[in-house]
Design a protein around this ligand. Structure first.
Ligand code: WT7
Length: 647
């Protein structure tokens, strides 16, 4: 069946930053002469010392090295705040919408400047210096943005840990980057409940050893304080001067670290640097969403994920935008909350995840129809492939068929969108992320030979042929891991970890991860991490974790668990293991299904055949393929007989 194609409306295209012809001309120019293209784009920032070099990158396996604007000097907070003051001092920079629908605030660029400068001085008074790492473990409040920008004002590197991670996971990230300070809040209200952030920090510090903390009084809860270690945000800010010159930073100085799951081992500290990242975040924000002066932009992500970094804070603020920050959840007080907020703040671009769309779709149209959504011009999605049913609902019910949908494919590693429709330029097809952004050269490789498939229609693994400014530069403290994770399986290319199909029109369709990473509600989870959490439990001998299709989450977490001999399986033990994983990693890693497996399907050399485990978890065991190399083929019968996901 032919895909339905949605061309951009002529009126939209006519006033867009890019129509089809512009996209095609700019794309061609970006590939023909990347230096000239990105030299021109670099000018969107203010540089303290202009760069003389633009692109200096190689994916050559022997010496992977990525540098952009290498000798330029700039400051990110100055680009996101100071340079807007003359023209936008009184414009709203951040609209904050609290968990409670009665709480909201508008922060102007002038106020943002004051808060960030003061906080930067607080950091200095707590001993934070250029190059030091600051861990942020924050609610979705303006102070989270201040905390980020105050870091780069003084040249410190932030590492944000999502508030849904457990004390154990937080401790590991504090230790991994040798944090000099932790910025947190007493509690994080979400959906009418309060996450105990500070209590979690206390527990984390018992594991990692003490680090000074700065605690925002969000709810004012009366909590224990450790004298000399814990500092009150309010008290510290009251003392701080609002005068803080931005630190001159080299374009390649680290801006932030963000941990993300890989297919093996502990999460990787993805490092983004100063100049290229900001150019790329700014340009993608402007073009992908067709952001124009005066628009109100809302990205519903949490700042704990890269989407929040690039499209709540850095991209929008670099562009002098008004960005909305939402503390709550889509279903509180009811499933109309997103649309109530769109109406209340007259949101022009709305950007969310397929998992949220699917969840709201299930609640019915009445929740949407109650609200005036006529301000919405562009709708965006991110995080996982969007199924056509969800796409159509988003298009018809939310966008009333008038707002183009941009399905943005990218990764923590890529800093910004790599493939996405531009709303005035590229016709969309539900479920496809369409075509590459400027400067991006996607290729599809034959998975086993690594040969590039040159035919237009192709299916295989997705790699990128050459660098773009927003690309991660290294894994924090482990450049070898960077090279081995991204540049070793397919030499000469950046390997995305995703499978992909290219159709006859050259459109790209992400088919999901080809490595042992699963995507749960748009959040990336290494199956190895869940497995190591499970085997850390005293009653567990062995565990194997795979994804399986889940109506709302996209993928659910399916665990096969072999117990220590003498341990009896029970429903109570299932609950215990589920809570154990939540404690080790956080609620986002909660196992959905746990199957007791007396044995796992292993080859004679002891390698677990995950292909079989995936099939059984998908309830699709008719096509298990060759099981003759298994050491004990009979384990498969038991797995099938006791499978948990039966349709
Ligand atoms: C993985 C990256 C950076 C955005 C948030 C997730 C999947 C992301 C899409 C999309 C299909 C997508 C990929 C990718 N993904 N966006 N539009 N269509 N799949 O960032 O946690 O680094 O995960 O999310 O599998 O590799 P992340």
């Amino acid at each position: 069946m032919a895909d339905t194609i949605y061309p951009p409306a002529a009126a939209f295209a006519a006033s867009a930053h890019a129509d089809k012809a512009t996209y095609e001309a700019m794309y061609a120019a970006s590939i023909a002469d990347p230096d000239a293209f990105w030299d021109a784009q670099g000018k969107r920032l203010d540089w303290m010392t202009p760069y003389t070099k633009v692109k200096d990158t190689t994916f050559e396996h022997s010496g992977v090295s990525i540098k952009w604007y290498d000798d330029g000097v700039l400051n990110v907070s100055a680009n996101c705040i100071d340079r807007h003051l003359a023209t936008r001092g009184t414009q709203t920079a951040i609209i904050w919408e609290g968990d409670n629908p009665e709480d909201s605030a508008h922060i102007t660029y002038a106020q943002l400047h004051t808060e960030v400068c003061k906080l930067a001085n607080v950091y200095k008074s707590l001993g934070v210096r250029k190059g030091d790492r600051v861990v942020l473990y924050m609610p979705m409040i303006p102070e989270a943005a201040y905390a980020m920008l105050a870091c780069n004002r003084i040249g410190a590197v932030h590492s944000i840990v999502f508030g849904g991670f457990s004390p154990e996971a937080l401790a590991a990230r504090i230790t991994a980057c040798d944090a000099k300070l932790i910025v947190t809040a007493d509690q994080a209200p979400r959906g009418g409940k309060a996450t105990p952030l500070k209590a979690n920090v206390d527990k984390a510090l018992e594991i990692s050893g003490d680090v000074p903390t700065l605690v925002v009084e969000r709810t004012g809860a009366d909590l224990p304080n450790k004298a000399g270690r814990d500092h009150s945000y309010t008290a510290a800010m009251a003392q701080a001067s609002a005068d803080c010159a931005p630190e001159p930073m080299n374009a390649e100085d680290p801006l932030f670290i963000l941990y993300t799951s890989g297919s093996t081992g502990a999460p990787k500290g993805v490092v983004h640097t100063t100049g290229g990242y900001l150019v790329y975040a700014s340009m993608t924000h402007q073009y992908t969403f067709d952001y124009k002066d005066g628009d109100v932009f809302w990205c519903t992500a949490d700042v704990g994920w890269v989407t929040g970094h690039s499209y709540i804070v850095y991209g929008p603020l670099a562009n002098g935008a008004t960005t909305l920050m939402f503390e709550g959840v889509p279903t509180y007080p009811d499933a109309g909350r997103f649309w109530a907020v769109c109406e209340k703040h007259k949101v022009n671009q709305f950007y969310t995840a397929p998992t949220a769309i699917r969840a709201l779709m299930g609640q019915g149209e009445a929740f949407v129809e109650k609200y005036d959504l006529s301000s919405i011009k562009v709708l965006g999605t991110v995080g996982e492939p969007i199924n056509p049913e969800a796409w159509n609902w988003y298009n018809d019910v939310v966008g009333k068929g008038k707002a183009p949908i941009v399905d943005t494919w990218w990764q923590t590693e890529t800093g910004g969108h790599l493939m996405t429709p531009l709303p005035g330029a590229i016709s969309t097809k539900p479920g496809s992320c369409t075509l590459p952004f400027f400067g991006v050269q996607p290729v599809i490789l034959e998975p086993t030979t690594g040969q590039e498939i040159l035919e237009t229609e192709a299916e295989g693994v997705l790699c990128i042929k050459d660098s773009w400014p927003g690309q991660m530069r290294t894994v924090w403290g482990d450049h070898d891991r960077f090279v081995s994770a991204y540049f070793s399986d397919y030499k000469g290319y950046y390997f995305t970890g995703d499978g992909c199909r290219r159709d006859a029109d050259g459109y790209y369709w992400i088919t999901g991860r080809v490595d042992d990473v699963i995507n749960v509600s748009g959040h990336r989870m290494g199956t190895a991490e869940v497995e190591s959490a499970l085997v850390a439990h005293p009653k567990v001998a062995e565990a194997a974790v795979v994804g399986y299709p889940h109506d709302i989450k996209g993928q659910g977490i399916y665990c096969y668990v072999t117990l220590m001999s003498g341990e009896a399986p029970s429903d109570e033990l299932r609950v215990e293991l589920r809570n154990w994983v939540r404690k080790e990693i956080g609620p986002i890693a909660s196992p959905d299904l746990i199957q007791w497996a007396p044995g796992l399907p292993k080859t004679r050399s002891g390698k677990i055949m995950r292909r079989i485990l995936r099939k059984v978890a998908e309830d699709d065991f008719g096509a298990l393929g060759d099981t003759s190399t298994l050491a004990d083929p009979s384990v498969v019968d038991d797995l099938i007989e006791n499978r948990m996901n039966r349709s």
